[in-house]
Design a binder for this molecule. Structure first.
Ligand SMILES: [Zn+2]
Length: 487
């Protein structure tokens, strides 16, 4: 609804370009009062009540001398004053505006004069102060009495005191810096507990760090710390946020370091694709570096270094077993089915491991879905290709590979089967006992491997592609430790 003027007898309405309409001010209160008393309207319901305007009431420009309200209190248009419908005199209207303008001009002139005077005074005082200062400087230069020498002496004393305080503060600052450096989680600060944190001896760590230094250049974290971070991830399965807080780097930096130091060993094609997209580098990193420590030994080498425990099986070159690493449930149904382990009752990745008769790890297969049988993983992982005619291996009951091995002239010693038999023969009992006593060592080595907690905990799906390399790293590190078997 278009607004109209609320002044008595005024008929102005809001039409385009004709007249301006103005709200009755709510604030300040005294101005509002002045406006209301100028409008002089009576409350239509109760005769003696004061009229209260609503938000839609307006006053048109016709009631202001200049055509619109003015914000200055002194201005005659601070309040509407023209054609108010109750017979005001128009006599003084022009004069009041003129008076206001001349008053403004006068005030402006006064202000300008005051400012000029203040400026002159300021200049004079600055001149006098600088003259006084010059005078005093001259006096100090020429005076030779006791008071000046006292002042000089005091100044020298103060200066010496201040120097002493400065030296103390510097020393304290250096001490605090040293303390702060000591409190940070770095290789240098945890050196003496390195076996706990990284699962390797200090010599082994230094060796690895020296070898890897050229490829582990990083501005925010030293080579030693990168290696420590990765080994802590493997040994303690520390969360990325824990590592980020310890090493004072971002979460994403932790992930970058882990993926850089443990390369993803996928097919050459995938690797090439990843390299093209810049997400993997060709660095010869930890897994690549430790892989040569897992060496397949020929029979004569095994026999030369054989532990005395194996003297009843002199041609044995390997004891095999499998271990499984649990991981979080994958999304795909096929992946879920292929990795489900009935033995562990969760989704796992399964590895075949072989140890020599002296206790070293001589073979680790790539990871297979947890559903795979012991027989299939042994036949398809490339393990059988390592064997030569006349070799003997020890295995558990699940490894039904006798016929495959026999084809290659290899003997498999399995514990005697009781199925379908009333009783084992005396010889079978003795051999089974001997086998169990020897087979326990591969389980001990697996136990040793599993001390690296990343292989115990339930891995997140994003770490599964790294698992082959993690197992290689762990096997390499286990081979760097003293053998579990007596010589
Ligand atoms: Zn009006």
């Amino acid at each position: 609804m278009p607004h109209s003027c609320c002044i008595i007898k005024c008929t102005s309405r809001a039409k385009k370009g004709e007249v301006s309409l103005h709200r009755i001010p709510k604030w300040p209160l005294d101005r509002r009062e002045k406006w209301l008393s100028a409008i002089k309207r009576k409350d239509p319901t109760a005769t003696n009540q004061q009229w209260t305007p609503t938000a839609s009431h307006r006053v048109c420009g016709k009631h202001f001398i200049t055509g619109k309200p003015h914000e200055n209190k002194q201005h005659p248009d601070y309040v509407p004053s023209k054609e108010l419908g109750y017979g005001t005199t128009n006599r003084s209207r022009d004069t009041s505006v003129r008076r206001f303008t001349s008053r403004e001009r006068r005030q402006e002139k006064i202000d300008r004069e005051t400012a000029a005077k203040a400026l002159i005074q300021l200049q004079q005082s600055v001149d006098s102060v600088s003259a006084e200062l010059d005078e005093r400087t001259k006096d100090v230069g020429t005076q030779t009495d006791g008071s000046v020498s006292d002042i000089v002496e005091k100044c020298v004393r103060d200066c010496l005191n201040l120097r002493g305080i400065l030296a103390e503060l510097r020393e304290e600052n250096n001490k605090l810096k040293r303390d702060l450096a000591d409190q940070r989680f770095t290789f240098n600060n945890v050196k003496k507990d390195i076996h706990f944190f990284a699962g390797v001896t200090i010599d082994c760590f230094t060796f690895l760090s020296t070898e890897l230094a050229p490829v582990l250049q990083n501005k925010s974290i030293s080579c030693d710390d990168q290696l420590l971070l990765v080994l802590m991830k493997i040994r303690h399965f520390s969360s990325n946020i824990d590592l980020a807080l310890r090493f004072r780097i971002s979460n994403s930096s932790v992930a970058r370091v882990i993926h850089k130091v443990i390369p993803v060993s996928q097919s050459a094609h995938v690797n090439r694709m990843l390299m093209l997209h810049g997400s993997i580098s060709l660095h010869p990193v930890l897994a690549t570096f430790l892989r040569p420590l897992i060496v397949w030994r020929e029979r004569d080498v095994c026999q030369r270094n054989m532990s005395s425990l194996f003297k009843c099986f002199p041609n044995v070159i390997s004891t095999i077993d499998c271990f499984e690493v649990p991981f979080s449930r994958p999304d795909g149904l096929t992946a879920r089915a292929q990795t489900w382990s009935n033995y562990k009752h969760c989704n796992t990745v399964k590895f075949l491991i072989s140890i020599t008769p002296c206790g070293a790890i001589s073979f680790v297969s790539a990871g297979w879905g947890g559903r795979v049988s012991d027989k299939q993983i042994t036949c398809d992982s490339g393990f059988l290709d390592k064997l030569e005619h006349g070799d003997e291996i020890l295995a558990d009951r699940g490894f039904l590979i006798s016929s495959e091995c026999a084809a290659r002239g290899v003997t498999v010693h399995l514990p005697a089967f009781t199925k379908g038999k009333k009783q084992l023969t005396g010889k079978e009992v003795v051999t089974s006992r001997q086998l169990s006593r020897l087979r326990i060592h591969v389980e001990r080595v697996i136990g040793f491997v599993k001390k690296y907690k990343i292989l115990q905990g339930r891995l997140t799906i994003n770490l599964v592609p790294l698992l082959d390399d993690i197992v290689v790293i762990v096997a390499g590190l286990v081979n760097l430790q003293p053998s579990l078997l007596p010589s």
